[in-house]
Design a protein around this ligand. Structure first.
Ligand code: NAI
Ligand code: MG
Length: 499
């Protein structure tokens, strides 16, 4: 890696300080945009073909780091949704349901391999469309998406071993609605288990990040999947609602906000539709005084600033034991200063662009709420690019448990720091949240880890690490974080009926 040494201006009186004033910066290392092809316009992928939207409406998707338009995509209306559901139903009845499971597995394996082959292009498009650092798209989103397809391809012909002595049957057509924070990965989380269990799919991408799902549609077409098995459409809330309300959908899989999750639950109440909802979170990340502090600080940084904090399981509430609070806060502030904020396409960038203007406004709203509530705000002193939607990594100290910044999901690079004295106190505080998706515990003692994980109401609890994902491991929440699990053996259950 090229390192450019900037010489500090010589100081007249303090020669010792001169040594520490020397500033090191990374030379820019931008990924090349030319390795990705983005069409000026995308249609809807229905029944294995690219079909024009019946309402003839298109909407632009922009690059949030530059505000430039990348492409325009079709907006599916109710009639398009019906067409997609019909195609999925036909493919289910005529082909997919009847196909031997080992044959279905081959298609899923093929998709996984093609994602790997096109990994670089997918990573570039993910970063351009959504603003996340290329390092994350390249090293996390795309490989994890491929791994999900590999993993579930493996289960396709082994369902009788997954659920011994039970008769496993598929459900039919799955309607799947995904968010903008991990567009390709969420598509993989949804599509792979549905296909492995013999269901067909209608998937809607999120409005600000439709492009990698459309690239995935190209891959699915190239993989020669029977027409209609996977249909990928774009659109906003109304399109999502049309999927939810369609009478011929058997299962809804949704990841997104708790508000929309509640709407969906209301809409399908009393119907035959099965559902999994993966909603918001406000994870407690807990540092005990016996924890390896430097490692914990790194984990906290990764826990909240990964993907600009647009992560449902982000460690957004930090609880530090009082005896080490001063040290932890000082180290966090120091580390904040070293985070590189800027061009998401640069391989050195730690924090890219906020996904949309709307999300940036939400984050700014919470920054002023935090200040008004009396918390002390600290932000990195880094410069921000003039164009695009950017936010400095920020933390709040002197936060009270009842503050909105400790209770509500901000979904940005903003950490709330609270303190505690005893185990009982921190469990009480950690569980005092409408959410229950994830949590983290940092301590040297195994017994403490078990005690905490048993008493905390969170679907995923990381110990001495954070934000670790694996297709073999189930993920999902309690309370207002939703229900149902994705990933692992558990991730098969929402897509099957057991006889
Ligand atoms: P959202 O919940 O509106 O969007 C998620 C998906 O749901 C998108 O594909 C959207 O088009 C679709 N949708 C919207 N209204 C719908 C409806 N009535 N029926 C069916 N589908 C519908 O989330 P939004 O507005 O983008 O973000 C707002 C907040 O939600 C964020 O600030 C964040 O706190 C939270 N959020 C949480 C996510 C998570 O991973 N748990 C992901 C995205 C947002
Ligand atoms: Mg975009």
């Amino acid at each position: 890696m090229a390192i450019v040494k900037k010489k500090a201006a010589p100081k007249k009186s303090n020669t010792i300080k001169l040594k520490f004033d020397t500033e090191w910066t990374y030379a820019p290392a931008p990924e090349s945009r030319s390795a990705a092809s983005i069409k000026p316009r995308y249609e809807l992928f229905i029944n294995g073909e690219w079909q024009k939207p019946q309402g003839r409406k298109y909407f632009a998707t922009i690059n949030p780091a530059t505000e430039e338009k990348l492409s325009e995509v079709a907006e599916a209306n109710e009639a398009d949704v019906s067409k997609a559901v019909e195609a999925a139903r036909k493919a289910y009845d005529k082909t997919w349901k009847k196909m031997p499971a080992r044959e279905r597995a081959k298609y899923i394996f093929r998709i996984a391999r093609m994602i790997q082959e096109k990994a670089r292009e997918l990573a570039i498009i993910e970063t351009l469309d959504g603003g996340k650092p290329i390092r994350e798209s390249r090293d996390f989103d795309v490989p994890t998406a491929a791994n999900h397809f590999f993993y579930y391809a493996g289960w396709a012909d082994k369902l009788e071993y997954a659920f011994p002595n039970r008769r496993v049957s598929s459900l039919g057509v799955a309607g799947q609605i995904i968010p903008w924070n991990f567009p390709l990965l969420m598509a993989a989380w949804k599509i792979a288990p549905a296909l492995a269990t013999g269901n067909t799919v209608v998937l809607k991408s999120a409005e600000t990040t439709p492009l990698t799902a459309l690239k995935l549609a190209e891959i699915i077409q190239e993989a020669d999947l029977p027409p209609g098995v996977v249909n990928i459409i774009s659109g906003a809330g109304a399109t999502g609602a049309a999927i939810v309300n369609h009478p011929d959908i058997n299962k809804i899989a949704f990841t997104g906000s708790t508000d929309v999750g509640k709407l969906i639950q209301r809409a399908i109440a009393g119907s035959h539709k099965k559902a999994t909802l993966e909603l918001g979170g406000k994870a407690a990340n807990i540092i005990f005084e016996d924890a390896p502090i430097d490692q914990a600080v790194e984990g906290v940084i990764n826990g909240i600033y990964f993907n600009q904090g647009h992560v449902c399981c982000a460690g957004s509430r930090l609880y530090v034991q009082e005896s080490v609070a001063k040290e932890v806060i000082r180290k966090l502030k120091d580390r904040l200063e070293t985070l590189i904020v800027g061009d998401p396409m640069d391989k050195n960038t730690d924090i890219g662009a906020i996904n949309s203007k709307q999300q940036l406004e939400t984050i700014h709203k919470y920054l002023s709420i935090g200040k008004k509530e009396g918390a002390e705000m600290y932000e990195s002193s880094c410069p921000l690019p003039r164009k695009g939607y950017f936010c400095r990594p920020t933390l709040f100290t002197n936060v009270a448990q009842s503050n909105r910044i400790a209770q509500e999901e901000i979904f940005g690079p903003v950490l709330s720091v609270l303190t505690f004295r005893t185990d009982d106190e921190v469990i009480e505080k950690a569980n005092n949240s409408p959410y229950g998706l994830s949590a983290g515990v940092w301590t040297d003692k195994g017994s403490k880890i078990f005690n905490m994980t048993r008493r905390m109401r969170a679907g995923v609890i990381w110990a001495n690490t954070f934000n670790k994902f694996d297709p073999t491991s189930p993920f999902g929440g309690y309370k207002e974080s939703g229900f149902g699990r994705e990933g692992g053996l558990h991730g098969l259950l929402p897509y099957i009926e057991l006889g």
